[in-house]
Design a protein around this ligand. Sequence first.
Ligand SMILES: NC(=O)C1=CN([C@@H]2O[C@H](COP(=O)(O)OP(=O)(O)OC[C@H]3O[C@@H](n4cnc5c(N)ncnc54)[C@H](OP(=O)(O)O)[C@@H]3O)[C@@H](O)[C@H]2O)[C@@H](O)CC1
Ligand SMILES: [K+]
Length: 498
Amino acid sequence: MAYLPSNILLTPEEMARADRMSAESGIPSFGLMRRAGYAVAATALSHFPAAVRFAVLCGPGNNGGDGYVAARQLADGGAEISVHALGDPDDLKGDAALAFQLWGGSVAPLREFQPQPGDVVIDALFGAGLSRKVSDEIAGVISSVERAGVPVLAVDLPSGVDGRSGKPLGAAFKAHCTITFMTRKPGHLLLPGKSLCGDIEVADIGIPRRIIEAAGGSISENGPPIWSAHLPFVGADSHKYRRGHLAVFSGETSKTGAARLSAIAGLKTGAGLVTLASPEDAMAANAAQLTAVMLKKVDTNAELSDWLENAKLSAFVLGPGFGVGSRARDFVLALKDSPLVLDADGITSFRDDPAILFDAFEDGETHLVLTPHDGEFGRLFPDIAADETLSKPDKALKAARRAHAAIVYKGADTVIASPDGRVAINTNGPPWLATAGSGDVLAGMIGAFLAQGLPAFEAAAAGVYLHGEAAGLAGPYMTAEDLAGQAGHAMADLVARF
Ligand SMILES: NC(=O)C1=CN([C@@H]2O[C@H](COP(=O)(O)OP(=O)(O)OC[C@H]3O[C@@H](n4cnc5c(N)ncnc54)[C@H](OP(=O)(O)O)[C@@H]3O)[C@@H](O)[C@H]2O)[C@@H](O)CC1
Ligand SMILES: [K+]
């Protein structure tokens, strides 16, 4: 069986479309279910060779159908099997009814299921078709399995997890591993779904790739296929200005560290030049701690305008340690025609009237990148943040369209969205990335990619990815300085791959 490495993600609706398209192109749908069931059986045997019994829990739709096929396959191989069904299996329709016939063995009602030591639960209750909260009866079965501590192999998704958003509807299994088909779904990568799936395997059940690509929308896993074509060639003849000049704004004397982290990360991410724009009172503090990064005094709006007119600056980072208030707003408005990463205090400065920011960056190609964590997202987009019906990708996309900006909606499942509809979910960030100063480093990395000419969405996605790679190199006890320090190695690894 082939397992597919792919960064395409299909929502449950898009997967259903792929299903229909493959049926229309003459591929028998029961063949897909059969191969899905075989893949479940193969995964069950390879992960749990010492299982005493496979307890297959089958739902009322095609997810249950996959369970019946797997039960037959495992029984034919000599394994001990029990099958419990939600609802009356005689009511099953279409392929699921055929799969039930194929099983041909006994089926007990789900409410009678009692996990036993040595069981491996094959969870085939609901997959892509979960449409509402699970009932108390099902929640009871889920908690009895959890209490018994027996492992769960989830078919397509842990039942209860919404494949679109990764949110549990009522209750959900926590699986030891999940086997899904053709591509992963957003719910496999978004929290808390990601933490409920365990190891994820993707089985090829025979839907042609052209159909998967045609059925897919715009959500993918973040990775080089999205942005590698835009990476600048870093060759021996590359003049330093061709790698761009990044300007990072420093805060006042007592808050200069954050901007320096951004600046150093920007330099190591390949910006040709990096200048820290510092208020006069912070010049000494900054000068004492910088070597390769240049320093420029910028206190007032007039000084900023003068600098913008006379220097060749490619991109800007404003926010880390900058301070919240009118100075931040004035500077951002002066930068409205330039590629800009707006982070931290820069974002919070617009909380009272976000429209001023959104309107300022409306014209031309998208050239603003906003990097909010949850709290900052809620300050700029309170209505979107509060809408429980939206998934994290939905929220990021809605925000991107409103703000005319690429949005990096940070978290353990960072989502990057573009106003043109593209959305990427990042997966390479290790848990130790949540450390003080980590966001400052990220802003500098994205700024450096903007300075090197990447469009806003690509720069944002590449920055988030590089951040994860650098954290992997820096290891679990890293500080933000270590993280910035590893950016050059992570960049070199990346460039070597293309
Ligand atoms: N190409 C592919 O992708 C292939 C996909 N395959 C498999 O098909 C799966 C998708 O199948 P599916 O569409 O039949 O949906 P599924 O998840 O079985 O659930 C629907 C049923 O559950 C019910 N129901 C929903 N929520 C409920 C709740 N809270 N509490 C109680 N009931 C609830 C719902 O009822 P209804 O909403 O209609 O009232 C309906 O009866 C997919 O995950 C994969 O495993 C493979 O076979 C091969 C090819
Ligand atoms: K399932």
